[in-house]
Design a protein around this ligand. Structure first.
Ligand SMILES: [Zn+2]
Length: 386
């Protein structure tokens, strides 16, 4: 115990650490949990007994390796006992889900939205209606969090700007909180995608990660030393607006030649010879057809070039071990990704210095990354409260 620490403070700290361990990594034996958390046997027993009594975990005996021997007690989180409401507001789709202790989606619903028709009041009403329907099963979320494709002030959930939703200075955290009767945290979609892939996806266990996601816009989330990079204002990762092609296409942000204008959804549609408003489904179908054929270079060579230019810059700047491609980028043909990876290794000073070890991989959580990241944001607050 630290000098001056109050016993109940220590107990709460240990309880939060145990909840976090079970939520993130799943079941473990008492022995494993004690070793991982640096606690002695009697402390872990008291903590587990407390969680069992509160209905948060179950314990069952399992024989080691299925052989005879002294069974150990496996402590497992009970998903329905502690849950949060996660919301993903995307340009064409709004998703609401209840996510349980342990990170699994217990129940969820999608609603399609018309592009440019996601007025904040309508979004609040829709989320409240869907959340009400989801809670009929007796699930009682403790907190909520929402993912938004925009610049978010984390402290109070104000969305400064979400151009693709046409939102400006929208206090979505406060408005949703009032409608749901729950505390609501708000995060940027790419930051939350990075968080989810780091906790539960392809970037699990990797300390330095750049998550790139292209939908209508292009965003990025950065994990450095295992922690999200926040910057002085909480707004980092607007990688879509790195100017890579001076004199290029005009971007809505006011600059010309932003990376987004070369690798965003519209740029991909252009590269594929599809109309600029082609649906996501059509883009994905076309990308999968290309992946099965052999003309990736011919059809997407220039697109790959611009993707590579941006990735080389990011590798030089941030030296990630892993670049995760999310959103539409997760659907790019594997040989295109391999080419971009080779370029990131060979053409960046950092890539060469790091023995050409930087890897580029598609996201593992697919379209659910931002939603699951929102759930993690909400769980962080629940777990910290013990
Ligand atoms: Zn821009």
């Amino acid at each position: 115990m630290a000098l001056g620490a109050r016993p109940d403070g220590v107990r709460r700290h240990n309880r939060s650490a145990l909840l976090r361990r079970l939520h993130t990594l799943g079941p473990g034996s008492r022995t494993e949990l004690a070793a991982e958390l640096g606690l002695n046997r009697s402390t872990i027993k008291a903590l587990v007994d407390g969680l069992t009594e509160a209905g948060l975990v179950t314990e069952r005996a399992v024989a080691p390796d299925g052989t005879a021997g002294r069974p150990s007690l496996l402590v497992s989180p009970r998903p329905e006992s502690l849950c949060v409401l996660a919301v993903d507001v995307a340009v064409e789709r709004i998703t609401v889900a209840v996510v349980g202790f342990g990170g699994r989606i217990l129940v969820g619903r999608h609603r399609r939205a018309q592009r440019g028709d996601t007025e904040p009041g309508a979004v609040v009403d829709l989320v409240a209606a869907v959340a009400g329907a989801l809670s009929l099963g007796g699930l009682r979320p403790a907190e909520a969090a929402v993912s938004v494709p925009g610049i978010v002030r984390g402290a109070d959930g104000l969305v400064h700007e979400a151009p693709n939703l046409r939102w400006s200075e929208v206090p979505i955290g406060a408005r949703l909180g009032a409608a749901l009767g729950l505390p609501v945290a708000v995060g940027n979609d790419a930051d939350l995608g990075a968080l989810a892939e780091h906790r539960r996806g392809v970037a699990r266990g990797v300390g330095d990660v750049v998550y790139l996601s292209a939908d209508v816009g292009v965003g990025g989330g950065v994990i450095t030393g295992g922690l999200p990079l926040r910057g002085s204002t909480g707004h980092v990762g607007e990688v879509g607006h790195m100017v890579l092609r001076p004199g290029g296409r005009l971007c809505y942000c006011g600059c010309r030649g932003c990376w987004e204008t070369e690798v965003g959804e519209q740029a991909l549609a252009r590269a594929l010879g599809l109309p600029s408003d082609a649906s996501r489904r059509r883009l994905v179908t076309e990308l999968r057809a290309i992946a099965e054929g052999e003309d990736t270079d011919r059809r997407l060579g220039e697109y790959a070039n611009w993707l590579g230019v941006g990735v080389v810059n990011l590798v030089n700047l941030l030296a990630p071990e892993l670049v995760v491609l999310g959103g539409l980028l997760a659907e790019l043909p594997p040989d295109l990704v391999t080419n971009v990876e080779s370029r990131a290794r060979d053409r960046s000073l950092v890539g060469r210095a790091a023995a050409r070890s930087v890897r580029i991989r598609p996201a593992q959580l697919g379209g659910q990354a931002s939603l699951l990241g929102a759930a993690e944001l909400a769980f962080e607050r629940v777990i910290a409260a013990g």
